[in-house]
Design a protein around this ligand. Sequence first.
Ligand code: UD1
Ligand code: CA
Length: 448
Amino acid sequence: MLAVAILAAGKGTRMKSKLPKVLHPLGSKSLVERAIASCNSVKPDRTLIIIGYEGETIKKALSHLDNVEFVEQKEQLGTGHAIQQLIEPLKDFSGHLLVLNGDVPLLRSETVEQLISTHQKNGNQATLLTANLSNPKGYGRVFCDNKNLVTQIIEDRDCSSAQKQNHRVNAGVYCFEWDSLKEVLPKLTTNNDQKEYYLTEVVDFLNPVMATDVDDSLEINGINDRRQLALAHDILQARVKEAWMMAGVTMIDPDSITIEDTVQISPDVVIEPQTHLRGNTVIGTGCHIGPGTFIENSHLAENVKVFYSVIVDSTIASNSKIGPYTHLRGEAKIGENCRVGNFVEVKKSTMGNKTNVAHLSYIGDATLGNQVNVGAGTITANYDGVNKHPTIIGDRTKTGSNSVFVAPVTIGENATIGAGSVITHDVPDQALAIARGKQRNIENWNNK
Ligand code: UD1
Ligand code: CA
């Protein structure tokens, strides 16, 4: 049996934040969600989150996860005290206990798998992940014999200057035999600078305790302040972008591009500078995105071009061209071979194929057919101050510049709307509708 415990009860004072540290987002997920996710591949039988500071907020933030249990640590008296809270909920449990700090978000699942296998192979009572850091400041130092058996872990603040020369640090990721650990947990003391119960003190009572170095020391970065959060963001971005480049995606100036790890991209996509892809976005092959584009929770089919635009919760079929300065939102659905252009906002609307809305328009709650040509400055007046109403425009209809459709209104197929018209009534197929004041010229006006 395997249980996972995640330490998430601390306030995270160094973040200087109202939000508990482990709920700070790192890309698409919070720190604690990332810690939990790094254990998914080892399929734990139980996952226990130790909460304290703002515990209810953490519970709520994790309510979408099933199979997690919350254990309250009323007072935060240290990492050892946190694990002592498991004695009751795990009283009938037997097997391995994986412990992770909730503020270690970059751990790879492969590393967790290796830790468990090293632990099992050697029949250890405890195995912990270590790394050699050039700047080990703030981390507990791990002292081993020549067989990687741990003799002592000393926190940075408790180290003598000689001990600080040891750069091998404790990652805060451990695998324990629960049956042995639960016997020694009551023996912990507060014999240290912070007068806290340190989990690391169990090393004095368990045997054998083995350290195993992580391959990539960046994985164990703990987040204690905003600088470390920013650094973790950089590391995660580098990982994500490197993987997509290896999978056939071209990036121009990758440092200026951000891509959340939830995004899916096909080969032969080109991403230009200052482009940001977020959420459940899917980009089809042949797309050319950017420069200067933000896309969130949207699906782009093949060969779509997007230039300086914002696209949220929308879908675009193949070969369409978007931008510059287009805003698609709230389930905009753009057909194939469309052109949505300069300064156009589209909200909760559907467009057929080969339809163009090229300049200065607002299209909201509308359904546009195929080959519709929407003239410059066309507006759907969809809101009467209380309710939103639909506009329907049939295939091959052309709207003149500066037309306003006062919804609800339906325009047939092959219709033409005269420029400057305010359309308040339905227009039949094939008709020309003109709704504007007639022009009157007064001769010799300036000769008087
Ligand atoms: C801890 C380790 C240190 C290691 C480092 C790795 C101890 C004593 N030290 O130090 O050796 O190098 O992690 O990042 O374990 N927490 C609780 N309850 C508490 C105290 C803390 O749940 O009473 C949680 C925090 O929310 C946090 C985690 O435990 O997620 C680690 O606590 P933190 O105070 O950040 O420990 P470090 O000083 O970083
Ligand atoms: Ca920490």
